[in-house]
Design a protein around this ligand. Sequence first.
Ligand SMILES: NC(=O)c1ccc[n+]([C@@H]2O[C@H](COP(=O)([O-])OP(=O)(O)OC[C@H]3O[C@@H](n4cnc5c(N)ncnc54)[C@H](OP(=O)(O)O)[C@@H]3O)[C@@H](O)[C@H]2O)c1
Length: 330
Amino acid sequence: MERIAVSNLDFDISRITLGTWAIGGFMWAGTDEERSIDTILKAIETGVTTIDTAPVYGFGLSEQIVGKAIRQYGSREKVEIATKAGLQWDENQRNITRNSSARRILQEVEASLDRLQTDYIDIYQIHWPDYQVDFEESASVLKQLYDDGVIRAIGVSNFSAAEMDEFRKTAPIHTCQPPYNLFEREAEENDSVITYCKSNRISLLTYGAICRGLLTGKMRPGQKFPKGDLRRIDPKFSDPERFAAYLETVEELNRYAKEQLDSTVIYLAVRWLLDQGIDSPIWGARRPEQVTFDRVSGWKISRDQMDDIECIVRKRIDRFENPHYMAPPK
Ligand SMILES: NC(=O)c1ccc[n+]([C@@H]2O[C@H](COP(=O)([O-])OP(=O)(O)OC[C@H]3O[C@@H](n4cnc5c(N)ncnc54)[C@H](OP(=O)(O)O)[C@@H]3O)[C@@H](O)[C@H]2O)c1
């Protein structure tokens, strides 16, 4: 697995990051600890040493499982943990709200270190911008944690270019985590987050690489999801007309991948991100058999093939929509 430096810092990450939201169970209809640990260990074996998690993923459970897996692996220093701060929830684990106050971040970092069984975090990201707190306040506390060596890189997620600009008046940003995949392209539109990051040496760890499974080629018309699975409320999956347009596009992309790239749509989708210059697309997996990350290595999509792929996508998708339904209330 290729590796890439984080921003202008002296450590690197794998070109694929393992996403562990589903491993937390919440919004993914439950989890299985042993299977999750096997998934993480298999990812590390294949060279995917960078693991993205967050306190809110299963309200601590994802971080706990990541911590157990790394402990079982035995070499903490060979793994890069990316976790987050800035969301809180009530005791019923329902009402998730933004809170990036210094007090909250300082509480969260201690709780994360504890769950992850470590004394440092490689990449520490503000999960969603909090408009009730001055960015200066959250940036200052992250800067302090960075200066103290508790975190090795400062990251933000779901921030616009203008918001990053504001935050950087107080602290550097080393990584940014927007949603980005063939069907969710806001990061490249308007005051592009991607352009901003590339011109400011901010590493891009983009989420939803395979659009929550839509770009795997395994979805079928009338696809059913279990109770508690977020795809039941995701408009891409729940609106039959839109879902049909996506499925037809995926089918055509799959044909193209087979004929032109000797691959399949899932690897085309991730290779497409890598060849757009994304540093490390985050690929969510929760079963060992989904850890097929090595199949995106050793080949590239040419400029002409990129154009063909764009034509296939734009034939049926006339408007790219971000997964706005995931955003906690402002
Ligand atoms: N910062 C943020 O606000 C934010 C938001 C969302 C996600 N994220 C991060 O990004 C990560 C990735 O996003 P995501 O998990 O939402 O979506 P994703 O990576 O686009 O899709 C993950 C889903 O695709 C399916 N899958 C994965 N590998 C597969 C394979 N080899 N073959 C067939 N199906 C496969 C699995 O679904 P099934 O198990 O159901 O088959 C898996 O749960 C998250 O885990 C999280 O770390 C961050």
